[in-house]
Design a protein around this ligand. Sequence first.
Ligand code: CS2
Length: 489
Amino acid sequence: MRLSNATLNSLPEDIERPGYDRTQLIKGVVHLGIGAFHRAHQAIIFDNAVRKGDKRWGIVGASLRSASVRDALAPQDCLYSVVERESCNEHVRIIGALREVMVGQENPVALVNVMAAADTHLVTLTITEKGYHLDLVTGELIESNIDVMSDLKSLDRPRTAAGLIVAALAKRRAAGLKPFTVMSCDNLPHNGKHLMNAVLAIAKCHDEMLHDWIAMQGAFPETMVDRIVPATNNDAIRTLTRRLGVEDRAMIRTEPFLQWVIQNKFADERPAFEELGAQLTDSVVPWEEAKLRMLNGAHSGIAYLGALAGIEYVHEFIAHPSGRRFVEKFWDESASTLSLPDGLDITAYRKALMQRFSNAALQHRTRQIAMDGSQKLPPRLLTTITIRLKRHQTIEMQALAVAAWMQWQGARDDSGKTYVVDDPLASVTANKLRGMNDARSRVAALLSIEAIFPPALATDQRLRDTLEKWLSKLMEQGSKATLECIPLD
Ligand code: CS2
């Protein structure tokens, strides 16, 4: 038996249920990229809104390609559980705000029509860094990408998120409606600005007037999103089934922490975000930078160093004194580059972050974070490196993280086990590394990938030297012993 409207009332007392009439919800949000992160993050805030009686914020979720989330949710009337875990505490809440799940590739026109509907006021996105098809060094749309090319040619069946947005905005304009607000919720610095540029580039190619209308009336607020959401697995589903008495194949496990900082800039109606657990501000960039360079940067370092050493989970990495030391020293470096936003106390932030990383109940796999490193390195590590090099400061821990990524590209961990490098540039890095056997040539080969490393940075001798030092240690001694070399001071 599955979780559904019909079984909702049979759930045990301690499970938090929607508590509102789901049939009354208006579909005011379309979310592109309905993966685990959205279901554990923005969907909670919209669920908070409808619980408080503002029925305008029912969600239509969409996957751009895969049908798996739709197929898991459709038999459940789009209901799913969010399981918040910390030490022995576990809280289960059923989310009711999601009303429908669509698959862009199956029927892009239907998706465009929902986005263009008068009730839709927000389009939110979690499509991961690579979903934007942006050159991470120049910020420009990659026009040679096959999907981007298709959308630049015709928007009859849009393939990219930006293409879907343009097609829907064109319909709204033709119908005399206001644009919806577009909220990128991915871990990219200036996510709003980048998405707006991608949308405008596609719009310009089709209709100059549409381009100007979007530029004048559209809104693409910057956002910073934060919540650790490990991938769900069958064990977690089985454990929850025992607790619920029914099966939920779309359940999410996460931590109690949730932060969403949103630039106060909207094209049309919006929920009272400030009363729902999100923060509105005029300046999101300092929040984005702090989160990317502190949390995500350390995460990437932990992912490569940990996965190479055969450490499965983030909390296990943190439990090693040398792992913890790496993180603290990494943060000393990244924190020095930040202009701290008002309301962020860096000492308290670091303490809380270490506690979040130590949450053993989360079971956050290092390999999950290791995915898509080519997209993650620039904002998480390379900006800190660039700033510190300019100031003639050391870059030891950031370079160690980059060197661990380089070693990870070799597709063999410290114990000799092989794995598939899950990254859009995996074939590029594999080609670069072919026949390169020593640290010096490997560093030079990977630094020559301009889609990751800006040439001015790649040619910096201090960076090369530090990377070579760490990569040779990783190659000769493995990740565990390399971590032990980090000085105590
Ligand atoms: C992680 C993020 O997988 C990753 O790259 O660093 O998903 C991280 O857990 C979230 O950004 C936390 O908000």
